[in-house]
Design a protein around this ligand. Structure first.
Ligand code: GUN
Length: 292
């Protein structure tokens, strides 16, 4: 069994990006600048956004964190987005999700200039992604493709089961892995909360991408020998033995599934760090206008 080490791989990618930034600096070019908007003070969102800002510093990018209060109106958020859309010093930006309930998420994502949409969430970019046109790939699926590629996991002709159909992970993952591409050419099945005979489907999978948000849902009895496991889930599970009162668990029951798997991502240290590395990669692409 091989651990797909997202922490190490993301560090490799960040080093590659940092080298690139150094060469930009030596040529007197402006370095990439990522902005992130965080509305409210959700604990997990704050952790993710702070990690993104920290990663920018590490590779030599400029970063701006825009923190807005929980009660921010949709109108005020749209105004802020428009400021970033028209600020020539900002190459790309993200609006951290989820948003408070008074704000229409779809309206917000539609307001982001697609050329600065380094999350790849704008319908224009989702459409381009689905058509295999150059665009910003959403960071989590992009990170998974990169991890599979760098570990040379064969995907061509394999049965891939994507668990979950979210706009951020499951849906794009299923589209990307069915495409003619590196870490693609797979036969993809998407399962979700209404799927029947789940066990029959997961048992036939060569590769499983678990992105349903239910901690330790996928257990060893649900998979075949030598399965490749990508665990996207990250949930705080109460744990009295921990100082902070919780531990982080994925969607996969690691102990039982890892006994059967040929490759598996750990939680934490698997998909999470890859997401951040690919956001940086998208920001570099935005700076160099490789997409438009
Ligand atoms: N919330 C959970 N994942 C993501 C992500 O990749 N981007 C943003 N903006 N918000 C998220």
């Amino acid at each position: 069994m091989t651990i797909l080490d997202g922490k190490k791989t993301s560090n490799d990618i960040k080093e590659e990006i940092a080298d690139h930034v150094k060469s930009m600096v030596s040529k007197g070019e402006r370095v990439p600048h990522l902005a992130a908007i965080l509305v409210g003070s959700d604990g997990a969102s704050m952790t993710y956004v702070n990690a993104k800002v920290k990663a920018c510093k590490l590779v030599g990018f400029n970063s701006t964190l825009v923190e807005l209060p929980e009660y921010t109106s949709e109108e005020d958020l749209l105004k802020k987005i428009n400021e970033l859309n028209t600020d020539d010093n900002i190459d790309g930006f993200i609006v951290q999700l989820p948003l408070p309930k008074q704000i229409d998420e779809q309206k917000v994502l539609m307001a982001v200039n697609p050329n600065k949409d380094v999350d790849g969430f704008h319908p224009t970019n989702v459409g381009k992604m689905a058509l295999s046109l150059p665009t910003f790939l959403p960071a989590t699926p992009y990170g998974i493709l990169e991890l599979l590629e760098r570990y040379q996991v064969e995907t061509s002709g394999k049965n891939v089961v994507v668990m979950g159909r979210s706009h951020i992970v499951g849906r794009p993952m299923s589209i990307l892995m069915s495409q003619k591409r590196k870490a693609g050419d797979a036969t993809v099945t998407v399962v979700h909360s209404r799927s029947k005979n789940l066990l029959e489907i997961t048992k036939k999978a060569d590769i499983i991408v678990a992105a349903i948000g239910i901690s330790e849902f996928l257990t060893g009895d649900m998979v075949k020998d030598d399965v490749v496991i990508i665990d996207v889930g990250i949930t705080r599970v109460p744990d009295a033995t921990k100082k902070n009162g919780y531990r982080l668990a994925g969607d996969v029951h690691f102990e039982s599934v890892s006994k059967k798997a040929s490759y598996i991502t750990p939680v934490p240290g698997g998909v999470g760090p890859m997401t951040i590395a690919m956001l940086l990669k998208n920001t570099l692409l935005a700076r160099e206008k490789h997409i438009i």
